[in-house]
Design a protein around this ligand. Structure first.
Ligand SMILES: [Zn+2]
Length: 192
């Protein structure tokens, strides 16, 4: 974990912190066998809590760690929502952080969820589905979309507003176009 932290965290801070100079320098990680989720980060404290047995069985190996470190840096005071769907950007971006800044090694397993099924919705999809959608929006509309939505939420502009102002489309419209794009592929890890 120390190796991943020193590789990933400075990159995540540099790209995603509102003010990298003010980002937490120290992050605390707690194993809690009684915590009944996988892992979570509670803003504004740079503290990650994880369930040891779930983490041991993690399908993307140690990739979860850069995912949580991305949550630490997001630190949204008023969330980052698209309509009634509060979490898909927060979670999708955290996995985008894993795909971009986890080391290629050290037990990390990158998992491409593949093209969305016709019945899938970004609103209740697992984080990888949201992350893959973000990569599509990045390729088709703006290479800065993740950064702009992230920084917008850090200063209180909700995700739906930034998606509309950058792409001219609602997230529902973007999702529909993404689902219809049968040729789109990604290769992981991203951006290197
Ligand atoms: Zn998460």
């Amino acid at each position: 974990m120390k190796k991943i932290f020193s590789y990933s965290y400075p990159k995540i801070v540099k790209r995603f912190a509102l003010d990298p100079a003010k980002a937490a320098k120290k992050v605390t990680f707690k194993f809690d066998p009684k915590y009944d989720g996988f892992a979570e980060t509670n803003w504004p404290d740079p503290i990650i809590t994880g369930n040891p047995s779930q983490i041991k069985d993690s399908p993307n190996g140690m990739g979860w760690f850069a995912h949580e470190l991305t949550h630490v840096v997001q630190n949204y005071k008023t969330g980052c929502t698209v309509g009634s769907s509060s979490n898909w950007f927060v979670e999708g971006m955290a996995t985008y952080g894993d795909w971009s800044y986890s080391p290629n090694g050290d037990g990390v397993i990158f998992q491409d969820p593949g093209a969305p099924k016709s019945t899938d919705s970004y609103k209740d999809a697992p984080p990888g589905v949201g992350a893959r959608f973000l990569v599509w929006v990045e390729k088709h509309y703006s290479s800065k979309i993740v950064d702009k939505v992230n920084h917008g939420c850090q200063i209180g502009t909700q995700a739906s507003t930034t998606f509309k102002s950058v792409t001219g489309k609602t997230v529902d419209q973007l999702w529909k176009a993404y689902k219809a794009d049968k040729k789109f592929k990604i290769s992981l890890p991203l951006n290197r």
